[in-house]
Design a protein around this ligand. Structure first.
Ligand code: SAH
Ligand code: SF4
Ligand code: F3S
Length: 478
C-alpha cells in the first residue's frame, strides 16, 4: 500500500524535541516533561504554549521520554487514522510507565476534547486529560494527578487565546516560527470535527501578535507564519476613529500589513485561508509587500458543486475557480496549494471527475489529499450515509495523487531558468555540502554551498537548473 499521507504536519508526529533553556544545574527543574505533538500546526503551536506554562511551574522539557516524570501527547482527531496512531503510541508509553513508578501520562488536544473523561475509562494508563482551551490549568491538574486523582479539564472557552503567554520554541530551526493569531472555527464544514474540538472562533489581541513577531525578529528569526483554522476571518472591533475609511474592524489584511512593516527582512506567511473569506484587500496587501510570501493554501475539498454543498463549504465550483483567477490576476507569480477529500458521502464518478478537473484548472503546486473519514458528532455523520465503498475511495485518491504529482512536476519544470530569493533553513537532508531553503512560493530549493560564507537565516539568490517533483535544484547567483 502506498502511504498517502503527504504531510508530516497533518498526521505524523514530530518528536518532542522540546527543551527549555537549561543552565546546567541538574536541580534547576523540579520535574521533567516530554511532549509529543500530532495533527496540524495549531497543535504544534499549542505545545509551545504548554511548554511555557510548565516551565513557569519549574518543569523542564526533555527530548527523551524515558527520562520524563510527565509524558504529554498532544492529539489530533481529524481522521480516524490520526486517533489510531495516538492509541498505539499510548500503549508504547504503558511500558515506560510500568518501569518508572510515579510517571504520569497526560493527553492534550483535540482527542482529549472529543473523548473527555471517556479517555480515562478507555485508556487506563492515562492520568490527565486536558482540552485545547484549558492548558492554564495544567499545573493544578498535575498536582491533582500526583495526589492520585484522575484530572480532567475539557472546558472550551469563548475568549481564551493565550495572548499573554510567550511560547517556548520547541524543535525550532531558529529561522522560522509559527504565531497563533486566532483559535477555534465557526464554519461547520459537515465533515469536520474541529469546531467541536476547538470551539468558537476568536481572534487574538493584535498588539500581542505584533509584539511576538517583533520579538522573534529581534531574536534572529527571519520568517513568521500566522496560524489559524481560518485566518481570513480574523477580526477585532475598532474604535471608529481608527478604522481605515469607514471600516469598523481590524481585519486580517490590516494585521498582515502591520506585520509586514516590522522589517523588510522578515518574511510573512499565513495558513489556512478559507476560499470564501480571502478578500481582495488581503490579495492587494500581499502584492504590495515583497516580504509577504506569494503563496496561498486554498483548500478546495471537492470540485463538485453538489458535494461542496453537502460539505457546507458555502462556495460553488465556479465561485472557487473565479477566486483562483482573481489571485492569478493580482499576483501572477503566486503559488497555490489545496486540501482534497476523496469519497465524501454520495460522491459519484462525475463528482470525482469534477475534482480532477478543478485541480487541473487551479494548477496546484502541491496538495494534501485524504480519503473521507467519518467523524463522530459531525453534521455529515448525523445527516448522511458514508456510502462510498473503501476501495472506491482509495482508487479515487490514487488518481488524485497521481494527477497532483504531474501538476507539481509541471509547476517545478516551469521554474527552471528562473532566479529566486531563497531563505536558507539549514543543511539539505542528503548532504551537509548543500543548503535547503524556500522561495516566496514555498517551494523547497536545494543548492550547493560552494565557498560562500552563508548561514541559515540568510537570503541568497539561486538560479534553478533542474527539479524533481518535490524539489527545485539550483545554483547560487552572485
Ligand atoms: N481549517 C482548515 C482545515 C483544517 S483540517 C481549512 O478549512 O482549510 C485539514 C484538512 O483535513 C481539511 O482541509 C480537509 O481536507 C481534511 N479533513 C478534515 N476532516 C476530514 C475528514 N473527516 N475526512 C478526511 N479529511 C478530512
Ligand atoms: Fe474544519 Fe471547515 Fe473549520 Fe476548516 S473551516 S477547521 S475544514 S470546519
Ligand atoms: Fe487535528 Fe485538532 Fe488540528 S483535530 S488537525 S489537531 S485542530
Amino acid at each position: 500500500m502506498i502511504d498517502l499521507m503527504t504531510d508530516r504536519t497533518h498526521d505524523e508526529a514530530k518528536q518532542g524535541e522540546a527543551y527549555a533553556p537549561f543552565n546546567g544545574d541538574p536541580n534547576q527543574y523540579r520535574k521533567r516533561f516530554y511532549i509529543e505533538s500530532y495533527g496540524c500546526q495549531m497543535n504544534f503551536s499549542d505545545s509551545e504554549i504548554v511548554a511555557s506554562i510548565l516551565n513557569k511551574e519549574g518543569f523542564g522539557a526533555t527530548r527523551h521520554a524515558e527520562e520524563a516524570d510527565l509524558i504529554f501527547i498532544n492529539t489530533c482527531s481529524i481522521r480516524e487514522k490520526a486517533e489510531q496512531t495516538v492509541r498505539k503510541r499510548l500503549t508504547e508509553f504503558r511500558k515506560l510507565k510500568e518501569e518508572k513508578k510515579g510517571m504520569l501520562v497526560g493527553v492534550l488536544g483535540c482527542m482529549a476534547e472529543r473523548l473527555k473523561s471517556k479517555f480515562l475509562e478507555e485508556e487506563k494508563l492515562v492520568d490527565i486529560v486536558v482540552g485545547p482551551d484549558a492548558y492554564r490549568s495544567l499545573p493544578t491538574l498535575v498536582d491533582e494527578a500526583e495526589g492520585g486523582q484522575k484530572a480532567v479539564n475539557v472546558l472550551l472557552s469563548r475568549d481564551e487565546t493565550y495572548a499573554d503567554i510567550s511560547p517556548v520554541r520547541l524543535d525550532s530551526n531558529g529561522v522560522s516560527a509559527f504565531v497563533s493569531i486566532m483559535r477555534g472555527c465557526n464554519n461547520m464544514c459537515s465533515f469536520c470535527v474541529v469546531p467541536f474540538t476547538r470551539g468558537r472562533e476568536r481572534s487574538r489581541d493584535a498588539e500581542s501578535i505584533i509584539n511576538e513577531c517583533k520579538d522573534l525578529f529581534e531574536r534572529g528569526y527571519s520568517e513568521v507564519t500566522l496560524l489559524g483554522q481560518n485566518v481570513d476571518s480574523y477580526s477585532l472591533p475598532l474604535p471608529p476613529s481608527q478604522g481605515r475609511g469607514t471600516e469598523q474592524f481590524f481585519t486580517f489584511a490590516m494585521l498582515l500589513e502591520k506585520i509586514a512593516q516590522i522589517a523588510p527582512e522578515l518574511r510573512v506567511r499565513f495558513s489556512t485561508s478559507h476560499p470564501k473569506d480571502i478578500t481582495d484587500d488581503v490579495l492587494h496587501t500581499m502584492a504590495k509587500y515583497e516580504n509577504i510570501c506569494k503563496y496561498i493554501h486554498l483548500p478546495v475539498q471537492s470540485g463538485s458543486t453538489k458535494i461542496l454543498q453537502l460539505m457546507n463549504r458555502t462556495y460553488t465550483r465556479e465561485w472557487y475557480m473565479a477566486k483562483v483567477d482573481r489571485i492569478r490576476k493580482i499576483m501572477p507569480d503566486c503559488g497555490i496549494s489545496s486540501d482534497i477529500i476523496a469519497g465524501f458521502c454520495t460522491e459519484d464518478e462525475q463528482d470525482h471527475q469534477d475534482t480532477l478537473s478543478i485541480m487541473e484548472y487551479s494548477r496546484y503546486d502541491m496538495s494534501y489529499m485524504f480519503v473521507y473519514s467519518e467523524r463522530p458528532g459531525t453534521l455529515a455523520e448525523r445527516r448522511f450515509k458514508d456510502d462510498v465503498p473503501e476501495e472506491v475511495k482509495k482508487r479515487r485518491l490514487v488518481e488524485i495523487v497521481e494527477l497532483q504529482n504531474r501538476l507539481s512536476l509541471e509547476s517545478n519544470r516551469k521554474d527552471i531558468g528562473k532566479t529566486f530569493k531563497i531563505l536558507i533553513e539549514g543543511d539539505s537532508k542528503r548532504s551537509d555540502k548543500d543548503w535547503m531553503g524556500r522561495n516566496s512560493q514555498n517551494k523547497v530549493v536545494v543548492f550547493a554551498k560552494e565557498d560562500y560564507q552563508l548561514k541559515k537565516g540568510d537570503y541568497v539568490n539561486v538560479k534553478v537548473e533542474d527539479c524533481t517533483q518535490a524539489t527545485l535544484l539550483g545554483k547560487i547567483i552572485n
